[in-house]
Design a protein around this ligand. Structure first.
Ligand code: SF4
Length: 370
């Protein structure tokens, strides 16, 4: 939960700053010229990373408005572009890579929306005629702050008229009010990260239950949006097959399979440094207890036959519940996993793009979609 807002004086007059402050009447606000007071505050806390998650920092972004997702070296990426409209997240999942990637950091909202939009325009012009996926949920949660920022509807209205972009808002929250108020479009995908109930309960601090997320997804589908889901990180735990199977059964009972644009699968992975952080910040977490081996990128992962077993279990549950036609992809896996589990090997990024680009009905797009 955000407990204090710091406003960069250079960003004080931006309309988005004013909107956020108006929507946060009970949160103390400080106007500052430098980030120093925030850094001091985090440094003085017992848990600087946790402290950063309670601070909202409103500032301006200086360029780099759309970037390719860095993925991980030596595995097949999913050719995704990221918009960093927010950095960091008020939720606190034990496995979150942002702890390591950002270190102690306030939850940052870049408020110079007009300038950002010009950057997006330029990017889209360069990719004219080519399909691409883009989203705001890589360095933060796309909707966690929407009750304060109310930017989801603006992003949707911008991207719904750019049909070569599949714009994704990715979340673990149920803050869908702004989405429900926006006009739906087939190239706007609202997606949720899901996990088994025990993993979500133990490892996703501050996130609503998986069932609440599914209810929110159902509302969004009723409103007319397509949705996506991310089973990532899949975690081996006693009864994992039944536990994930129950979520998949519920998911496909609640959401028509043809409204699901994609489902991604990724198994638990972390660098040795992140493992140390999890042990320190989340002593009750069971994630570091699993037997993991270093992968080609140096990250610790389950031994490959176990990863394949995990993926096979999920794919079987999807098929059993009528989800066999849903486009699936892996986050950070190698060609062998793609071939063995998904029966395709997108050796090149273009092939991943092709595998994921769904047919778009009524989008007005004259692009070739596969
Ligand atoms: S919701 Fe996502 S960004 Fe936020 S803490 Fe969890 S994993 Fe990290």
């Amino acid at each position: 939960m955000i407990e204090r807002i710091f406003v960069d004086r250079k960003a004080a007059s931006e309309p988005l700053t004013r909107r956020i402050l108006k929507n946060s009447p009970d949160i103390p606000i400080e106007f500052v010229t430098r980030r120093r007071p925030i850094d001091d505050r985090m440094a003085a806390a017992e848990d600087p990373i946790g402290e950063g998650k309670k601070i909202l920092w409103l500032t301006r972004q200086k360029g780099g408005f759309v970037k390719p997702c860095p993925c991980t070296p030596k595995y097949i990426g999913c050719h995704y572009f990221i918009i960093n409209s927010v950095l960091n997240c008020p939720l606190d999942c034990s496995y979150c890579i942002l702890q390591l990637y950002l270190g102690p950091s306030p939850v940052t909202v870049f408020v110079n929306l007009e300038e950002m939009r010009r950057g997006w325009d330029a990017f889209i012009r360069r990719r004219s005629g080519r399909f691409f996926r883009v989203g705001t949920g890589e360095l933060g949660d796309s909707l966690a702050l929407d009750p304060l920022t109310r930017t989801a509807a603006e992003f949707i209205s911008y991207f719904r008229t750019r049909p070569n972009a599949f714009f994704e808002l990715k979340t673990k929250t149920v803050h869908i009010q702004g989405v429900l108020e926006a006009e739906p479009a087939e190239n706007i995908v609202i997606s949720w990260s899901l996990n088994s109930v025990p993993v979500a309960r133990r490892e996703e601090k501050g996130a609503p239950s998986v069932f609440e997320r599914l209810e929110a997804a159902r509302e969004v589908v009723k409103r007319g949006f397509p949705v996506g889901f991310h089973f990532d990180p899949l975690v081996l735990h006693p009864g994992w097959e039944e536990a994930y199977g129950r979520i998949i059964e519920r998911l496909l009972r609640m959401i028509p399979a043809d409204r699901i644009r994609w489902i991604s699968l990724g198994s638990l992975r972390f660098s040795p440094a992140l493992k140390g952080m999890i042990e320190e910040r989340f002593p009750a977490s069971r994630l570091p207890l699993g037997e993991m081996v270093p992968g080609r990128d140096g990250k610790l992962r389950y031994f490959k036959p176990l990863r394949l077993e995990l993926y096979r279990g999920i794919v079987t549950a999807l098929r059993r519940n009528g989800g066999e036609g849903i486009p699936l992809y892996f986050c950070m896996e190698d060609g062998e996993a793609w071939q063995k589990i998904l029966k395709k090997n997108p050796g090149r990024k273009d092939d991943v793009e092709r595998a994921l680009s769904p047919r778009v009905k009524g989008s007005g797009s004259n692009l070739r979609l596969y």
